[in-house]
Design a protein around this ligand. Structure first.
Ligand SMILES: Cc1cc2nc3c(=O)[nH]c(=O)nc-3n(C[C@H](O)[C@H](O)[C@H](O)COP(=O)(O)O)c2cc1C
Length: 311
């Protein structure tokens, strides 16, 4: 949430044609009672794209899954991993790991409503329900409801006392638990998530798992995605350069500004493109600080592009 908005995804799609991109979590309440066109908005260039839903009322999730399918999304994913208090009060996210039968009902209702895949992202447990048997019970019940793809954030969530940020860092990563799950449910697609930072790590995990999902590293070091098509998807096209990726954003940014938007809505997501280079600080300064003080944002974009020249 707050990161993979449509501008971020449009940018990431310039780097990889094949990586599946996910929206931020959208709650069923927001979609059913709010401005659903705004929450579902995306560009066809972002495909393949999954909409992630937060909720636990089967009929509501079914209605939202239908909205996702109608809007063109390739997949709908149910969030059973978010530990935030705010969502727990509404029975959304990781707390649902304690209610496998309800999650199964949700998944069944969604599957009955759409033809696109319905997938689940979850933890390996929550405090008070963190045994391997309970994890298998959860996955087994959701599988029996028809789900075939599970993305496993390989740490438990602690639902009281830790902030969401701590819940992404404090409980230890236990890849071996996710690997055991793959062995015990070989027919399911099991995608590993949590702490993966390099393509070598991706390759290694792909010997065990059907897929890998990267969160923070893909955001902070987006150029990693430029290498995944060739490295992991056997893509054959030429790898885009950093300069080309930024240049590809220029018409998109121009259109956004013409429609009354501000450049920093978009450029806040490209700051990691210069990561590790001498001009990286200046690049970030131009696109995240100076951008608020200029009447000619596109000139700043061009200055920032100069810093990437040749890369
Ligand atoms: C700022 C922030 C927002 C996040 N929002 C979501 C979300 O909306 N839905 C979700 O499934 N995971 C969300 N996550 C969790 C990530 O998808 C991922 O599971 C977690 O960061 C572990 O993977 P990583 O080590 O590759 O980042 C968020 C993570 C961060 C840092």
């Amino acid at each position: 949430m707050d990161w993979t908005d449509r501008h971020c995804r449009f940018f990431l799609r310039q780097l990889s044609r094949h990586a599946l991109l996910y929206t931020e979590m959208v709650t069923t309440g927001a979609l059913l009672n709010g401005d659903h066109e705004r929450f579902l908005r995306h560009d066809e260039a972002e495909y393949p794209l999954a909409l992630q839903l937060g909720g636990s009322v089967p009929a509501d999730l079914a209605a939202c899954a239908r909205m996702a399918e109608d809007a063109g999304y390739d997949e709908v994913n149910l969030n059973v991993g978010c530990p935030s208090d705010r969502v727990q009060n509404n029975m959304i996210g990781a707390c649902l790991m304690g209610h496998p039968a309800l999650v199964a009902d949700c998944v069944k209702a969604m599957l009955d409503a759409v033809d696109i895949p319905v997938t689940v992202k979850h933890r390996i447990g929550i405090n008070g329900r963190d045994s391997y048997e309970e994890l298998c019970d959860f996955v087994g019940q959701v599988r029996d409801a028809g789900c075939r793809s599970f993305t496993v954030h390989a740490r438990i969530a602690i639902l009281e006392g830790l902030s969401p940020k701590e819940n992404r860092e404090v409980p230890p990563l236990r890849y071996e638990v996710a690997a055991q799950l793959k062995r015990d449910f070989p027919e399911l697609e099991i995608i590993l998530n949590g702490g993966i930072k390099t393509l070598d790590e991706c390759r290694l995990h792909l010997e065990t798992f059907d897929g890998v999902m990267l969160g923070r590293e893909a955001y902070h070091n987006p150029y990693l995605l430029a290498e995944v098509d060739a490295a992991l998807f056997a893509g054959t096209g030429p790898q885009i350069s950093r300069t080309e990726a930024l240049a590809a954003m220029r018409p998109y940014i121009e259109r956004h500004i013409r429609n009354g938007g501000q450049m920093h809505h978009i450029t806040r997501h490209v700051l990691g493109l210069a990561q590790g280079f001498p001009g990286a600080r200046r690049f970030r300064q131009l696109l995240s600080v100076d951008v608020h003080k200029t009447a000619d944002p596109l000139a700043l974009l061009d200055q920032a592009a100069e810093l990437l020249r040749g890369r």
